[in-house]
Design a protein around this ligand. Structure first.
Ligand code: FES
Length: 107
């Protein structure tokens, strides 16, 4: 199964294995990754699953939808060009090794 590495603001990292068909947010919450709140449960309504996609991976993700784009404007931490909502990243086999950086806050 594809693995994802989450890098915390202090530089620590957690590498987790995902299950088929889940989002990066679902994988993170299932593994208890600090820094992903996911208050809306993945319904693209809260922006508390904000992540910064590692530059080496950003271009390989599907484009941001209009809904995700609007929500990212309301994220608690600064929005950067590589900001995404982790609930909108479906972890496909092609994303094995994906690296996501966690913002310093979600609320
Ligand atoms: S979990 Fe709420 S927008 Fe991603």
């Amino acid at each position: 199964m594809p693995a994802i590495t989450f890098i915390h603001p202090d530089g620590k990292s957690d590498r987790i294995e995902t299950s088929g068909g889940e989002s990066a947010m679902q994988a993170a919450t299932r593994h208890g990754i600090d820094g992903i709140l996911a208050e809306c449960g993945g319904n693209a309504m809260c922006a508390t699953c904000h992540v910064y996609v590692d530059e080496s991976w950003f271009a390989r993700l599907p484009a941001v939808t209009d809904d995700e784009d609007a929500l990212l404007d309301g994220a608690a931490a600064e929005r950067l060009p590589n900001s995404r909502l982790s609930c909108q990243i479906n972890v496909t086999p092609e994303l094995d090794g994906l690296v996501l950086h966690l913002p310093d806050r979600q609320v």
